[in-house]
Design a protein. Structure first.
Length: 502
């Protein structure tokens, strides 16, 4: 484990506790100069701690390490004097030890070394235990927090989301049943049971396991915390981030508009641009970078364009939220290009590249370059994007317009298989059908705000003509004579003497 703090969400029975026991033995048996330290294991029940210590004893014998037999000690808890707890310990010749402790924060008082918090989601007071463990980092300790999920409102699930959102500077790992199978889990099971392995047998075994777990399979096997109810971003949090100055602009077209001539459609769109958008664009802060996100739709749902100003205090201020309903492809392109051409210091943008959106995303990248990214939505994209977005609402690092329909779109975000996204059902707005479109555009814009800025620079190529020129204000003939006296014979960088006076 090369990171000071590792958080791992995992499937059941994938051997992680066994692997951690090996790491514990390697760590505790090493000298201090080699990075050795004592290891403290915390499970949520006594049987877990005993099993872990037995693993460690087995590894120590396998590695022929000088280690004591497992011995028992008594942990006396001042807060529960009538409930002394038996703990297990192995000492190594290095001077370090592995100790299995009870899951109480006070057990770590005065300790130094590596802490393993196993099945963290099931500890009674994980936040306090973690707080006590993190104190060991000051003098070079390490912390591993490992668990299967136990609901999306559990402190462990919240910790995982905090790490994924970038609010905790820890290393996050994820191990599902399928990851373990790919790494040979079922092969090892077959080996232990004396059975031959085959891909077909593995598929049957996996299917049977899924049936056994039923509805709990997502949480128990695939790192998907079971769902609580309610909006991913509650209304109170949305309203706390509203900005009355943030403009919302809407434009819709009827079906007949599509059949008008190119020139008429272009003229109508230009009238909309000049009347509704140009006053807003003229008022953009020329000193601030800007980023955007766009969720595309041609009919039915909305195309939503969301523009952020990256203010000097690191707040993403909504500079424009634009909604287009039933607007032809070419006019969406016309409007989008006009906005981007008149947006000062355009840093980055992310565009929906699914379905018909792929065309607009492609032509926009062709015109505005690599700072525009075409995004194909996936569960992984939502998993990585939504926790930081929610964190921005919680931290007050963004603003949204004062608009009921925009707020309703954001409130449609729900946890689906443990990942925040817009569910399949659609809602009805004043102008027609909506499908959380503003929420998706907002997420794209926020993701764009977290991308690295593209730097544009150049290195001047040495100029032969400039090398021939005397210093500013110098007499050319005098300069050549001086070079000749110095043995350079007035040669320029091409090996020629003299030059052309311009």
């Amino acid at each position: 484990m090369n990171h000071s703090v590792v958080v791992m969400e995992k499937s059941r029975r994938t051997g992680i506790s066994w692997a951690e026991s090996w790491d514990a033995v390697v760590t505790a048996s090493a000298t201090k100069a080699a990075g050795g330290m004592s290891v403290y294991y915390m499970g949520y029940e006594k049987e877990m701690t005993r099993e872990f210590i037995d693993y460690c004893a087995h590894h120590a014998k396998l590695l022929s390490l000088a280690a004591s037999e497992v011995r028992e000690e008594v942990f006396h808890d001042d807060h529960a004097p009538d409930k002394d707890i038996k703990v297990f310990r192995i000492d190594f010749a290095s001077g370090f030890h592995i100790t299995a402790l009870p899951s109480v924060p006070r057990a770590l008082r005065g300790k130094q070394g590596m802490v393993i918090i196993d099945e963290a989601a099931f500890h009674k007071d994980l936040n306090e235990v973690l707080k006590a463990a993190l104190a060991l980092l000051m003098w070079g300790g390490r912390v591993a927090v490992i668990s299967t999920h136990n609901g999306d409102r559990n402190p462990f699930a919240e910790l995982v989301n905090d790490v994924r959102a970038g609010r905790r500077p820890y290393h996050l790992m994820r191990l599902t049943l399928d990851d373990a199978l790919e790494d040979g889990l079922y092969r090892k099971i077959c080996e232990a049971q004396g059975k031959p392995w085959s891909q077909e047998a593995q598929a049957v075994w996996r299917a049977e396991l899924m049936k056994q777990y039923g509805d709990a399979a997502g949480e128990e096997l695939f790192c998907v915390p079971s769902q609580g109810k309610g909006a991913f971003i509650p209304l109170a949090l949305i309203e706390a981030r509203t900005d009355k100055a943030a403009p919302v602009v809407r434009w819709g077209c009827d079906d007949a508009f599509t059949l008008l001539s190119d020139s008429l459609r272009h003229a109508e769109a230009q009238t909309f641009i000049e009347g509704e958008l140009e006053p807003i664009l003229a008022g953009l802060n020329a000193k601030s970078p800007h980023v955007f996100g766009m969720d595309f739709a041609r009919s039915g749902d909305l195309s939503v364009f969301w523009l952020f100003e990256l203010a000097s205090n690191n707040v993403r201020k909504t500079a424009l939220e634009l909604e287009l309903r039933n607007v032809p492809f070419e006019q969406q392109k016309q409007i989008l290009f006009h906005i981007l051409e008149h947006t000062p210091r355009l840093r980055a943008g992310k565009m929906d590249a699914g379905g018909n959106g792929a065309w607009l995303a492609e032509v926009t990248r062709q015109k505005f370059g690599a700072r525009v990214e075409a995004v194909s939505f996936s569960e992984g994209w939502y998993r990585d994007t939504m926790p930081p977005l929610k964190a921005a609402f919680e931290d007050g690092s963004l603003t949204v317009p004062v608009d009921r329909e925009v707020h309703d779109d954001i409130r449609t975000l729900r946890l689906v298989n443990g990942v925040a996204r817009v569910p399949q059902q659609r809602s009805k707005g004043e102008g027609g059908q909506r499908h959380g479109d503003a929420a998706v555009a907002l997420a794209l814009a926020y993701a764009a705000s977290r991308t690295e800025a593209h730097e544009y620079a150049y290195t001047a190529v040495p100029s032969g003509w400039r090398a021939m020129q005397p210093p500013a204000g110098a007499d050319r003939l005098a300069a050549e004579l001086e070079q000749e006296r110095a043995g350079r014979a007035g040669m320029n960088s091409w090996g020629l003497r003299g030059g052309v006076l311009l």
